[in-house]
Design a protein. Structure first.
Length: 133
């Protein structure tokens, strides 16, 4: 939840994963934690999407074709400069070799657990996320 002055609203999360079952599962976890989620099965799908509002958080898988998570993260940074970016990978070292150590996004390693995902998306501690899961 985000408090804007006197109003409270759900976090808007764009989730990008090329595996439909993974996208569905992660979306459900985030919806259950109070997020509004829009899922995409590729970076190209997100880029083609004409949104009425900017996301608060973009969660993307790293290994995707034709646009990988790093290229998508760079596009997100230019297009939605206020959005937090979370890149999911099975091997954080691959990302660090490709992007360097000064990452402009957070990295979550697979296998994911719901508490870690919720904590990262909401920007809270794992203990606080336990209450959202």
């Amino acid at each position: 939840m985000i408090v804007d002055g006197s109003t409270t609203r759900q976090l808007l999360v764009y989730l990008v994963d090329d595996e439909p079952q993974v996208a569905f599962s992660l979306s459900e976890i985030l919806r259950h934690s109070g997020c509004q989620v829009k899922s995409f099965l590729s970076g190209s799908d997100l880029i083609a999407y004409a949104a009425d509002s900017d996301p608060d958080v973009v969660v993307t898988d790293y290994v995707m074709q034709p646009i990988d998570g790093l290229k998508l993260a760079a596009w997100v940074r230019r297009t939605y400069p206020k959005a937090r970016i979370i890149v999911i990978t099975a091997d954080e070292h691959l990302i660090r070799r490709a992007a360097g150590d000064n990452l402009a996004f957070q990295v979550l390693e697979k296998p994911l657990n719901s508490t870690g995902l919720i904590a990262a998306v909401h920007g809270i501690s794992s203990d606080e996320a336990q209450h959202c899961a």
